[in-house]
Design a protein around this ligand. Structure first.
Ligand code: SF4
Length: 225
């Protein structure tokens, strides 16, 4: 188990990862939140929600292009509600499951066109296609409400390092909430996604060039490089 001591220990841990992935491309949804959000704060929740749905099982570059095409035609929730499902599907193609996602986006637009995206986890979870991962990302990136978005990278890396010992992303979210200072809750996903793509990869992680190589117990790691 890797021990992280107090606030300063977490500071060192987070800055080590940030340094390691410094030159990495920012995952698509975060860059949409950063760049598009600066220009259009009012529609930021809509854009984060829509691009997060587009991003599921889809490569970052495809997510970014598909989201930009969608936002050019539908810059806000009301204009999305005016589009047909076929048009939305054409705009977000070739995102994975683009037809299913077009149906979900169409329904969400109908439900939220008058009241906007809710800043509330339970209400977000009522929307089609929205699970805890998406809800937490929207809370964090669109509203600045501390929430840990635990995707497969966050779950895998936290367990390999022995920071937590859990079987599902839902369990990981609860376990991380107990140990991670809340000021890191929003940013941890972006950092660990990049770290998981570059260093602690799903298959055969790059332990030989990992900054945590000496202390990491490498739990459940088979082959490594
Ligand atoms: S030492 Fe290996 S298993 Fe541990 S965090 Fe680094 S890359 Fe992942």
């Amino acid at each position: 188990m890797m021990n992280i001591d107090g606030e300063s220990g977490w500071d060192r841990f987070i800055s080590t990862i940030a340094q390691e992935v410094g030159g990495a491309p920012i995952p698509s949804v975060t860059s949409i939140a950063d760049e598009e959000g600066k220009e259009d704060n009012q529609n930021l929740p809509y854009r984060v929600l829509a691009s997060t749905i587009i991003s599921l099982r889809t490569k970052d570059a495809v997510t970014l292009d598909a989201s930009m095409r969608l936002f050019k035609t539908a810059p806000d929730m009301k204009s999305l509600a005016a589009l047909g499902e076929e048009t939305i599907a054409d705009l977000i193609y070739p995102a994975g499951f683009y037809r299913v996602k077009a149906g979900q986006l169409r329904k969400i637009a109908e439900m939220l066109k008058d009241k906007g995206v809710p800043a509330d986890r339970e209400k977000l979870l009522e929307l089609p296609g929205v699970g805890r991962k998406t809800a937490n990302l929207v809370l964090g990136l669109a509203f600045g409400i501390p929430a840990i978005c635990v995707d497969i990278h966050v779950h895998r890396i936290s367990n390999r390092l022995g920071l937590i010992s859990t079987r599902t992303p839902e369990e990981s979210e609860k376990a991380l909430e107990q140990i991670l200072p809340s000021r890191f809750w929003i940013g941890i996903n972006t950092l660990l996604v990049a770290f998981g793509q570059q260093v602690c990869t799903p298959v055969s992680p790059w332990c030989s060039r990992c900054p945590f190589a000496e202390k990491c117990p490498r739990i459940d790691v088979g082959r490594s490089r």
